[in-house]
Structure formats: C-alpha cells, structure tokens
Design a protein around this ligand. Structure first.
Ligand SMILES: [Zn+2]
Length: 86
C-alpha cells in the first residue's frame, strides 16, 4: 500500500504566492519525529527550500488532522462504558 500523500499549502519564497504541494505523510511524520529537514516545492518558480519552523508546525497540524479523520469511524469501546457505570 503506497503512503498516503498530503496536499500542503505553501507560500513561495520568491513571490509569496500560495500553492499546493504533495508530500508523503510518512516522509513528513518521520522528518518531524527525527528533526530532519523537509523539502518544500513551489511550482510557480520551480524552487525548493527547507521548511521553516512555522511551516513544520503547519505540517504537524495537517498530519494530526489527517490521523483524526482516519480514526473517526471508530466508536468508543464497549468495556470502557460498562466499567464507568458500575
Ligand atoms: Zn513563486
């Protein structure tokens, strides 16, 4: 199964135009955990740069939001409810 990719909105350092870039969620997650740099790309100027602290925080939030979405169909486990009633 391929890594799910994420559409990330980034601002081009040259012209500040916002554009979407696709990154693998696995690559983002491991870079955030290990502190490795993340390469971002802007299509308008075809340039690559290293994500800043602010951009890394945005990626972290996007990753968290995606994981929350994936878990939503699951319901609260039954045993927890029973023990709280007693
Ligand atoms: Zn640009």
């Amino acid at each position: 199964m391929p890594d799910p990719s994420m559409q990330i909105s980034v601002a081009c350092p040259e012209c500040a135009m916002e554009s979407l870039t696709a990154l693998s969620s696995a690559v983002i997650a491991s870079a955030l955990l290990t502190g490795h740099s993340i390469r971002l790309n802007a299509g308008c100027h075809d340039i690559y740069w290293t994500a800043t602290f602010v951009e890394r925080e945005r990626l972290r939030q996007a990753l968290r939001a995606m994981k929350v979405d994936a878990k939503q169909p699951r319901k609260e486990p039954e045993p927890l409810r029973r023990s709280s009633i007693q």
